[in-house]
Design a protein around this ligand. Sequence first.
Ligand code: NAD
Ligand code: DAU
Length: 386
Amino acid sequence: MPRIIGTLPLLGRLLRQFQMSGGLGPRFSREFDMILVTGGAGFIGSNFVLDWLAQSDEPVINLDALTYAGNLRNLVSLEGDARHVFVKGDICDRALIDQLLTTHRPRAIVHFAAESHVDRSIHGPGEFIKTNVEGTFTLLEAARAFWNTLQGDEKTAFRFHHVSTDEVYGSLKPTDPPFAETNPFEPNSPYSASKAASDHLVRAWHHTYGLPVVTTNCSNNYGPYHFPEKLIPLMIVNALAGKPLPVYGDGQQIRDWLYVKDHCSAIRAVLAGGRLGETYNIGGWNEKANIDIVKTVCALLDELKPDAAGPYSRLITYVTDRPGHDRRYAIDARKVERELGWRPAETFETGIRKTVEWYLANAEWVAEVQSGAYKDWVSTNYAARS
Ligand code: NAD
Ligand code: DAU
């Protein structure tokens, strides 16, 4: 049975029944809309839920399987908040999703849940196919069945927002223009192939069944609650522990970095105003080589928490490269800027400073996520790298 926290299900159902019986005028009834978020205990999903509820009172049903990447600690500030209903469950569980949709009747599904780490996909691709492909398929089918029961304004307003990645486009050469929405899909890792497959399913469910979908393809995020298996948080926590900072290959691979809260604001903008069936690339025009990211993190730590043993950059260690490592990602974000007026609030300089400060201020969160299975992953991924 899923674990349900919060008091909203009954309240939501009663309010919705009241709305549907025509008891409230249309303007008033919109106050009782709600959204279903999948993967809302992960890095981006939890930032999205926190931001959403900081900006509106529209309740969130948060469906998350709590894999190694899901962490209810991220949402501790919402404890006792009736606007947040957490449900522990799997997006592959059709019966559960049907039940959530018919009980809560959300006006939108914002779909974050995924296996998200490229290195893990190389070690074990099966979970990626299961969650990212089969899970998205299950969610689409449930959404389609639910949407078919809707009528009038409720049907017109419904949205399925699929959160995806720039990695579906493959790898750029140094002089290539950034990825536009029209670029062909050329995924290179099991992770990006599974995300590309899910993007294709979402597209097909719109074209074949008319399901009202929007998709966002975002570049690399960073910020609070980022699990320290990914580059930036790994470098921060390793540096603070005096451990090597493992840079894959020559460290000259380029990623395009976006502060996570800017990704959240872009999703809100696309959910509100994105054209149906369209994809929107999201990015902050912040291309950086990995080695420069690592040096920036070291310099900020030198300033904010100097180490008596010397500059943190002494810990930089070049290690065996990631197989099939994409050389460069870069996002052309002009479509979302032009159509929806979205702009990131942070520059890379302000965002990375906030991020390092957050990790320094949240040592308990870091210690907790590094316990248990995290250690096994570190040894699986790094022991064989010389
Ligand atoms: P994450 O790994 O931090 O979180 C994923 C969440 O999904 C976790 O809470 C996990 O418990 C949950 N989950 C996994 N399998 C599930 C299942 N079968 N059923 C229900 N819940 C499940 O990932 P993230 O970095 O927050 O990424 C979120 C989404 O954004 C993903 O779809 C990812 O592809 C996409 N994305 C990420 C980035 C990035 O830089 N992190 C950039 C662009 C797009
Ligand atoms: O581009 C968007 C994608 O960004 C998202 O879709 C993924 O979910 C997210 O994980 C991220 O993928 P990357 O593979 O780019 O992120 P990661 O943090 O794993 O690695 C960033 C770069 O740093 C990459 O070139 C590999 C390198 N790296 C990573 C680790 C973990 C290292 O050099 N050393 C490391 O230890």
